[in-house]
Structure formats: C-alpha cells, structure tokens
Design a protein around this ligand. Structure first.
Ligand code: MG
Length: 368
C-alpha cells in the first residue's frame, strides 16, 4: 500500500460566540484550519486536520502548516501510510521540529490504518474505557460577571468542568476566579488557565488571593522555571500545558513534581502517535490529562475522542469538543456533544467523512 497523492485544503472556522479571547489580549474570531487528504494505490483515502490557535499561541500558524506539508510531501509519496512508526521517523528526518506540521499527516495515517484493518482508531489505541468522555468548556476572557454568567449558560449544555481564560491583569483575574467559583455547584471543576500570561509576581498575587478557592491553576507563566516557582509557592492543584511539548518535558516535570496534571494537545506534540506515547506514559506515571488539541473542527474533534476514549477514566481529567465551538462542519460522523460528553465512533478509522463543500478546492496537490 502506497501513498499516491496528498491534497491540502484550507478551511475557515468561524467561532459561534464571535470571539475567543485569552491571555495578554490575544483573540481569534475565525480559525485557520488545514485538512489533508491522503490517497493510496488501493483506493483508500485518509483525513487529518491541524488548526493552530492563531499564530501567537504556540509556534504554529496556518500557512506554516501548509508550507510544511508541502516540504514533507515528496518524502511521503510512495510510502506505506499504515506503517505509522516508519512514517513518523521519515517525517522527523525530513523536517526537524515543526511538530504541528506532522500532526495532520499522522492523523490521516491512523485514519487509513483503521480503514484498512476495519477498526476504529480508538480500538487501535487500546479500546474504550467507559461509555463516554466528559468535556470541559473554555470560558473566553471577559469581565468577571460575564464569565460567571457563561459558566451558568454552559452548564445548561451538560458541562461540569469549566476553564476560565485568565492571564490578564491580576486584580481582574482574581475577580474572575472568585465570580466563577461563586456560581459553581457540587461536583463541578474549575480551572484558571493563564496561558503563560502572568509574570511571576502577578501569579503570586493571584494564587495568594484565591488560596481558599477550589480551583486548579494552569500554566501561569511562560517559562517552565517560572511555573515551577509558582508551583512551589501555592497549595492549589497545578496543571502544565504549553511547557509540556514532549516526553522530555513530561519526564522533567514529573521528576520535579512540577504539576498534578497535564494538558495534552495532539498537534503540540506532533500527532496522534506521539500523543498516544505521552498518554501511555502518563497512565503509567498516574498523571491525569486533559486531552485535546490547539483548536480544530470535526476531524480534530474525532481524533480527540479516539485518544480520550481509549484513556482510563481515572486519568481522563477532561477533553474538548471543538466542533461545538465553530460554525462550519468540515466533516460528518464526528462525535456530537450530548449532556457534556462525547463518544468515539466505532466506525473504521476516525469514523468521519469529509464535507467537500466546506473544504472547497484544494490549495495544494502533490502526486508521485
Ligand atoms: Mg491550557
């Protein structure tokens, strides 16, 4: 089985709520997503997606994904996409770094492996734990009272886990955390995610001011060292996200006792193959995970569901249903949120079919 062609599509994904705002005044209104379509000589077609959270969240951007895929394409044509290990090694040898570029290709390879074997990606990754995956809702940064109101609104959709976007002015962030905590009900989980936006002194002020609140603190500062400083100065449960970009970072954080949980994003670490490796290591080390991606549409939501649903429930902190945040459907068959949960498809591969109307014409096409 060989790759005969790779097509690349650019898809705009407008946000249902109009604007998604997080730390340091950053926001996105329309997400720039990239879908790859990989054709094989025996008639199978696989799909993958990568969607950075704008060009200023991680070192990733839409045009970069598409340029990188073009750089890799000559190496990939003629290769067996279901040989996931060699495919990843080839990509890493052909292009150093740029993990997000490889994520959509790796995802499409898993889709193809599932289609060829007749198994869902979830089954290939070890099989389902439990009936459904509990989701969290990100609460875009706004004035404190509006964010508290948003928590109540999203509770109506069945969500029980809420992640406040903070990383703004410390005084306002303290108000945001208190306002949201005041509307929580029993069993609900609150996370304050600063997305690297606080200086150390800002973060110290916030964690001191909310020390009696039942809230997780996520990625307060940009550098690992600054996060570790805050970690050692607060008793609040602590999550690392942006700094955990691979196995080395995970092992370092575990050794240092730098976090109680991590946020595992598929494209941040280079695709489902590497995300699964990190997931499995976290299972062994007993580290809970939020399983998601930087952003995405239906294809990424399906991939998240497969990785999350094949993760033991006790270590599944939460996951994300990005397809309910955006107004364009780039595929059918993806999980649809129900009562704050989603379920991985049992159909072969990712279990999705592309919405060719939404994908439009390919922006690039590579053939052998
Ligand atoms: Mg985060």
């Amino acid at each position: 089985m060989k790759i005969t062609a790779i097509k690349v599509y650019q898809v705009d994904l407008p946000l249902v709520e109009g604007r998604y705002s997080w730390s340091e005044g950053k926001f996105v209104e329309v997400f720039d997503s990239t879908v790859v379509e990989i054709f094989t000589d025996d008639g199978h077609v696989g799909y993958g997606e990568v969607c950075p959270l704008g060009p200023f969240y991680l070192p990733a951007f839409g045009d970069g994904a598409r340029a990188g895929i073009g750089e890799l394409a000559p190496t990939l044509l003629g290769q067996n996409p279901t040989a996931i290990g060699p495919m990843n090694q080839l990509m890493d040898r052909a292009l150093l770094g740029h993990p997000y570029v490889k994520s959509a290709i790796d995802m499409a390879c898993w889709d193809l492996l599932g289609k060829v074997t007749g198994k869902s990606v979830c089954d290939l990754m070890g099989g389902k734990f439990g009936d459904a995956v509990a989701l969290y809702r990100a609460i875009s940064q706004r004035p404190a009272d509006e964010m508290a109101q948003n928590v109540a609104e999203h509770r109506a959709d069945g969500y029980t886990k809420f992640q406040l976007k903070v990383g703004g002015r410390p005084g306002e962030d303290i108000d945001r955390i208190h306002a949201a905590a005041n509307v929580l009900t029993d069993g609900e989980v609150l996370v304050a995610d600063a997305n690297t936006g606080w200086r150390v002194d800002d973060a110290v002020r916030v964690v001191n001011a909310v020390r009696d609140v039942d809230v997780y603190i996520e990625q307060p500062c940009r550098s690992y060292e600054h996060c570790l400083t805050i970690r050692r100065r607060t008793s609040l449960p602590f999550i690392l996200d942006e700094n955990i970009d691979g196995i080395d970072a995970l092992l370092r954080g575990h050794h240092d006792g730098a976090m109680d949980a991590i946020n595992l994003k598929i494209s941040k670490v280079g695709g489902l193959t590497k995300a699964r490796q990190i997931r499995d290591l976290c299972v062994t080390l007993n580290i809970p995970m939020t399983i998601e991606d930087s952003w995405g549409g239906d294809i990424i939501t399906a991939a998240i569901a497969h990785l999350a649903h094949s993760t033991p429930e006790s270590l599944r902190f939460s996951a994300t249903d990005f397809n309910s945040y955006v107004s364009v459907k780039n595929a059918t068959g993806a999980p649809q949120r129900k009562d704050g949960h989603m379920v991985a498809s049992d159909s072969p591969g990712l279990g999705i079919a592309p919405n060719m109307h939404a994908l439009g014409k390919p922006v690039a096409e590579y053939t052998g």
